[in-house]
Design a protein around this ligand. Sequence first.
Ligand code: FES
Ligand SMILES: [Fe+2]
Length: 355
Amino acid sequence: MNQTTYPSIKSYFDPDVSKREIDQAFSNGLSYAGHSLMVPEKYSYQVLPNFNDRFALFNQGDSYELISNVCLHRQAKLLEGQGRARSIVCKLHCWGYDNSGLLKGTPHFKEAVNGQLKKETLSSWNGLLFRGRTPQMDLAALGLTGYLDFTNYFYAGSETAEYQFNWKTFIEIYLENYHVYSMHPGLRQFVKPDDLEWSFGEDFSVQKVGLGEQLTKRTTDRYREFQDALLARYGQSLPRYGAIWCFLYPNIMIEWYPDIIVVSTIYPKGAGACVNHVEFYYPTALYQEIPDYFVLEKKAYMETALEDEDACLLLEKGRRALFLQGEEEHGPIEPFLEAGVAHFYNWLSDKKSNV
Ligand code: FES
Ligand SMILES: [Fe+2]
């Protein structure tokens, strides 16, 4: 086993140590902004909660842009939610901007005022939009082409979860299948946790997890309902995998489950808290045909997410006890089921030593 460099217990609780670590991890990492399906038509916009509504994503026809969502006059918030607009008018004193953020009107000002809302052109990769560089992930080579394909999908909305633990804790739980047996009574039947294929790149990992073999066996109520719907949809020709989890450092998850794609981003809020924005993408035609199937799948997903929160809180509590005593402790990493954890730790420590 390669030597693993563990993050210190301090890095989970000490505000200064944590801030340094976050700056290092996020300054050169990938930066996901949103998905082109959030703004399907020219002039569609979506205010982005992942940036605290600081920016709106705009479809400009030939490009996707982030446009500042803060008025140049007295700094009021400009847009809410999503919609379609060729111009932006501030509600407060009616300053007007065109769709590119150029200031066009400043009522009652005798002298002309020039202005341009901050804006940034985004880079597109497989429908996902990034600030700066895009992932170096060869979907074909990774066997993901048929899975992470957004063709004829639509953006079905988001969920936001706020957590009271360090951001790394969420990632650690995401990157190991060891806890699935004990913490996920539903998911552990739906997938086969040790039927697991790992792939690694410099700043990402992929877990493909086989579909469970006994989907009619007893499980939780939510997974029962979802699995019945899945069996009704597929009959005997079930999908090979139950889940595919891609993690792109520092904070982006792209997940495939039968017929849905989920894109989530986790953002630190200081050392002891983080927030997860979870976006759901569904195939349009199938959703129109069997909408209940998607409702049931999402309920099962949310059940698992709550259990993951419990897992994270257990880690947080144990480590907090160590931190309060000024102690450092780390245990061994199971090389197969927890392989992603070691990869993440090493990526993180590499970012630290590069500054
Ligand atoms: S704050 Fe927007 S017009 Fe005054
Ligand atoms: Fe989990």
